[in-house]
Design a protein around this ligand. Structure first.
Ligand SMILES: C[S@@+](CC[C@H](N)C(=O)[O-])C[C@H]1O[C@@H](n2cnc3c(N)ncnc32)[C@H](O)[C@@H]1O
Length: 201
């Protein structure tokens, strides 16, 4: 019975194309942290299909229990209980290193200082060479990739000026300060991107 669980139509639409990319990127067994898990639709779908991974969902303390009913219902051995994690916490309370990090549609919701803390925290816990997959809409040199992304960005900023679609040049500069490098920038449906950042040795 999934009817009463928190649900996002966007997650339903994008979970298959995202899985296709993650299967290639997270091909080796290991622990993957998800930041900003939301409803848990991604966590259940990816853990269900990538049984060689241990999937660790997490979300902001005000939100991390949202995914709990779905995760309990899925009953997957490789899907951990969600962790309360605000990327601004100085300690993330995780093992010293994880083998991958995934986050979808978070960079435009977080304020820029939060995005900075997310990259710094990811760089701290990611094993050298491992991937941070950040999915969502991004702009390039100040240009949006579609009219719908431009409208979405305007809508976000009107709701809260600290939100907004992030520009890839800002993310690359930030990543560089954190010793992360952009490895891939993959085209995804609905004007989204899968960006893959790797921890420098
Ligand atoms: C638009 S939702 C995306 C949820 C899900 N990943 C998806 O793709 O549907 C943004 C998520 O970012 C989380 N978030 C916002 N600020 C955060 C922070 N400082 N630390 C961790 N998560 C945060 C929110 O709680 C929310 O779950």
């Amino acid at each position: 019975m999934t009817q009463n669980l928190p649900f996002s139509q966007a997650c339903e639409n994008n979970k298959r194309p995202i899985l296709e990319k993650l299967a290639a990127i997270f091909h080796a067994p290991g622990l993957v942290l998800e930041i900003g898990t939301g409803t848990g639709q991604h966590a259940v779908h990816f853990a269900g299909h990538l049984s060689h991974l241990t999937w660790q969902p997490s979300d902001h303390p005000r939100n991390y229990q949202l995914c709990l009913p779905r995760i309990r219902q899925a009953g997957l051995a490789n899907l951990n209980s969600p962790k309360s994690l605000d990327v601004c916490q100085s300690e993330w309370g995780l093992p010293d290193s994880v083998n991958g990090v995934f986050s979808a549609n978070t960079a435009h919701i977080m304020s820029w200082p939060e995005v900075e803390r997310m990259f710094a925290g990811v760089a701290r816990i990611l094993a050298p060479g491992s991937a941070f997959c950040l999915y969502g809409p991004f702009s390039y040199e100040g240009q949006h990739t579609s009219a719908s992304n431009l409208n979405f960005d305007r809508h976000l900023r009107s709701q809260n000026p600290s939100m907004g679609i992030r520009d890839m040049s800002d993310l690359i500069a930030l990543a560089d300060r954190c010793r992360l490098s952009l490895d891939e920038d993959l085209d995804m449906p609905a004007n989204n991107r899968m960006t893959v950042w790797r921890r420098q040795a």
